[in-house]
Design a protein around this ligand. Structure first.
Ligand code: BG6
Length: 490
């Protein structure tokens, strides 16, 4: 975000990816690095060392696999940076992941750096199942890889723990070997342009900030809706569910960005501090303010789909939630009494991530004596995806003799003003290389967030059924009953 350095200042480095034959590498990391290389953003002396358990791979086979992945990802042979694949990628097995394997990894890193005359700047990216994060971090530390001749940075993908105590344990292991300033925890929502824009929108415009408080705002709704089901990820999802997979991280990041105070400076430390402060003011969530749901069979995008329990790999009587809606209250001077409603689910009617700021209605209406004069409150809709942009809804008088009020909107759409938005991973990987931690998750944010949700993991609400292709269990509308309305229409 506040990159002071230009991309040309990216220092020569070795980008070590642990788990380099996995899904994340093929779908996200490799395409992002390739695209950055294509655009010349990585600098001329950027190298990738893939490390994984496969013992039958060598540099040549790994490069061939990388080319195949990129083509499968839609890169045409003409666009393929074959030279990058053939000269910048290396492979090293970490066998069964024992201490010797990590010593061999350290030796290979040193050998590559010597051969290419690199200064010893290293990124270690854990594209691995979260259960093995602690062991791998331990091994890296024991092999002397937590510090090198240049800078060393550790990148961890969410989930950061499964609850408060496991998150604390993970942070403790990380801090045993790495300084917090070396650690980059990725929540890919923070790399989305529209999410990055929330702070600019709030703090570079004087129009909204004076209204951004309990006097003028009635409620805030944050929805992240997906049409996809659990896909091939049942093994992971059966141990996670929507609260861990989406709410504790992505939705709560959106909540903190929407609710935080203006930071003292536009830098990583100040921004991350303000975000964590919001979480420390969140009141314990009451069980009656939470709705869990699970999709049954239904129709999505015109196609019949099966229910969650029929998905491959899901237990027939699984009680895992694929939908969560809840009400959060922030007990501070700005937000006391303003409910924040969070909602996410799989197999909902459309793919849509939105923050809706509902302003209060005028205190009195002088239009009441007329028919068709119900006043709809102003609303600001921030659309994170798709069709990224803003809508500001206001009331007008429809033309004609009668006084008739209608709601209309001012729109802004990124697609109308800019070239396609960059992929979140590209932004985040570049920031890791630039040493800018603004868009990454701090240790205390993770723990503060788990403190809010861990009680709901121990004392779970019932999981209510909903048909795929609907907006979750009808009970989720009851959360807004004090306001006398349902969730805003998408
Ligand atoms: C991931 C979750 O973090 O985010 C997935 O594990 C979810 O379950 C995905 O589908 C949603 O991301 P996006 O960018 O498609 O909204």
């Amino acid at each position: 975000m506040p990159n002071q350095e230009s991309q040309s200042q990216i220092a020569p480095h070795l980008f070590v990816i642990l788990g380099a034959t996995g899904d994340l590498m093929g779908r996200k990391l490799l395409p992002a690095l390739h695209h950055l290389a294509q655009q010349g953003k990585l600098g001329p002396r950027s190298y990738v060392l893939g490390a994984a358990v496969d013992t039958d791979l060598d540099d040549k086979a790994f490069r061939a696999r990388a080319r195949r992945w990129l083509v499968d990802d839609g890169v045409s042979p003409a666009e393929l940076e074959a030279q990058w694949c053939n000269q910048k990628l290396f492979y090293q097995t970490i066998g069964s992941g024992g201490a010797d394997d990590y010593r061999a990894l350290a030796a290979r890193i040193t050998a590559i750096e010597k051969e290419l005359q690199l200064p010893g700047n290293r990124v270690f990216y854990l594209a691995l199942p979260p259960e093995i994060f602690p062991t791998v971090i331990q091994r890296l530390g024991e092999a002397g890889l937590s510090e090198g001749p240049g800078w060393t940075r550790l990148v961890i993908e969410k989930p950061f723990g499964r609850d408060l105590s496991s998150a604390e344990q993970l942070n403790a292991v990380v801090h045993q070997h790495f300084e917090e300033s070396q650690v980059y925890r990725i929540d890919h929502y923070l790399g989305k342009e529209t999410v990055r824009n929330i702070l600019v929108f709030r703090f570079a415009n004087s129009l909204f900030e004076p209204l951004w408080n309990r006097d003028r705002i009635e409620s805030v709704e944050i929805t992240v809706a997906e049409t996809l089901g659990v896909e091939h990820r049942a093994r992971y999802y059966e141990t996670a569910g929507a609260l861990r997979d989406m709410v504790q991280n992505h939705l709560t990041q959106l909540l903190t960005l929407a609710a935080m105070e203006a930071p003292a400076a536009f830098d990583a430390r100040a921004i991350r501090e303000e975000k964590t402060k919001v979480l420390r003011s969140v009141r314990p969530i009451r069980l009656e303010d939470v709705v869990f749901g699970q999709y049954g069979p239904g129709t999505v995008d015109g196609a019949k789909v099966q229910g969650y329990q029929e998905e491959p790999g899901v237990a027939k009587n699984s009680q895992m939630e694929t939908f969560v809606a809840l009400r959060v209250e922030i007990a501070n001077w700005r937000w006391q009494g303003v409910p924040f409603f969070l909602r996410t689910g799989k197999r909902l009617p459309c793919r849509m991530s939105q923050i809706v700021i509902n302003f209060r209605c005028p205190p009195v209406s002088m239009f009441r004596p007329f028919d068709a004069c119900e006043i709809h409150a102003n609303a600001l809709v921030i659309t994170i995806q798709p069709d990224e942009g803003f809508d500001l809804r206001f009331e007008i008088k429809a033309p004609g003799q009668e006084v008739e009020l209608q709601s209309r909107s001012l729109h802004f759409r990124y697609s109308e003003a800019f070239a396609p938005l960059p992929d979140a991973y590209e932004t985040l990987l570049l920031d890791v290389l630039l040493g800018d931690a603004t868009l990454f998750v701090s240790d205390d944010w993770v723990e503060a967030s788990w403190s809010i949700y861990t009680p709901l993991l121990h004392n779970r609400p019932p999981v209510l059924p909903y048909a795929a292709g609907t907006w979750g269990p009808a009970e989720s509308n009851h959360l807004l009953r004090d306001l006398g309305r349902d969730w805003s229409a998408p």
